[in-house]
Design a protein around this ligand. Structure first.
Ligand code: LCV
Length: 259
């Protein structure tokens, strides 16, 4: 059974995350279905795609599948990591992807949502960036993606505390576009999607790609990149990284020693 269901009507694609038992954790399998759903929507000629979870969920997505994070000195978040594949697929999709959010958005799912072009959420939705809770070396690309949307003061707070922020704060700081009551979210989202679908798809596709390329125009020196790689390697080879994962599996609070 697919972990992401697809639907297509009136030039609009709808992708629904559908693995409630694992709180829509972004496993390899789920991401594979998501990426192939996007491919299907592209072939169908979608002029916009709505990415959602089933109505009424408490957790939109619990983020990276923690069971699939690598241990033993390997970088857990490489270029080939499923989350990176999902982010690239959304960013390079030739039409706007709209995230429609109800419930908690955790860790990697928060980055995935931020890579969408527009984000509409209910007041009860929350957003958390969690590497510090797990002791994970967060991907460099992921950090840069957040810096494109979130100002540094809020980003530092989210990264250092790993606490969820409310939809109200998220809209106030420009992380998301609109907050709608749960019973209006769908109508509002489909209304905007319909308006986008009636505009020039070629023009919108060009604008999306232009924004992506311009937002990425920040060259990094090889020395700076290698320094970041060194720092990341130290973290994912640490006892604390093992402790963060063990604590999650054992359903307890981690006891980080700083080594
Ligand atoms: C695998 C899971 C997960 C999960 N993976 O339900 O950005 S980074 O660097 O942090 C990156 C590495 C990342 O994204 O990491 C993941 C960040 N996510 C989190 O820290 C959230 C972890 N999950 C939770 O705190 C809770 O599950 C929430 C609050 C989301 C939902 O709580 P709830 O009581 O509704 P359970 O905890 O009972 O979860 C139901 C099942 O889903 C699994 C979890 O282990 C449980 O499995 P079992 O039924 O086999 O016990 N699950 C939840 N999240 N990220 N598996």
């Amino acid at each position: 059974m697919s972990l992401v269901t697809t639907d297509f009507k009136d030039h609009m694609g709808i992708l629904t995350l559908n693995h409630p038992e694992k709180r829509n954790a972004l496993s390899k399998a789920l991401i594979q279905d998501l990426v192939s759903g996007l491919r299907e929507m592209k072939q169908a000629g979608a002029r916009t795609v709505i990415l959602r979870a089933p109505q009424g969920v408490q957790v939109w997505s619990a983020g990276h599948d923690i069971q699939e994070l690598t241990v033993g000195g390997h970088d857990p978040q490489t270029y080939a990591d499923p989350l990176r594949q999902a982010v690239r697929a959304i960013e390079r999709f030739p039409a706007p992807v709209i995230a429609m959010i109800e419930g908690g958005v955790w860790g990697g799912a928060c980055e995935m949502v931020m890579s969408c072009d527009l984000i509409f959420a209910t007041p009860e939705s929350t957003f958390a960036i969690t590497p510090a809770r797990l002791g994970v070396a967060y991907s460099i690309d992921g950090t840069l993606n957040f810096m494109k949307t979130v100002g540094l003061p809020l980003l530092r707070e989210m990264l250092f505390t790993a606490d969820p922020i409310t939809a109200e704060r998220a809209v106030q700081y420009g992380l998301i576009n609109h907050i709608l009551p749960a019973d209006e979210l769908e109508r509002f989202t489909f209304g905007i999607a319909g308006r986008i679908a009636r505009n020039s798809p070629l023009c919108i596709s060009l604008l999306k790609e232009e924004l992506r390329i311009l937002a990425e125009a920040h060259p990094l020196t090889p020395e700076a990149f290698e320094r970041l790689q060194n720092l990341r390697r130290a973290l994912y080879s640490s006892e604390d990284y093992q402790e963060g994962l063990q604590a999650f599996f054992q359903k307890r609070t981690p006891d980080f020693k700083g080594r």
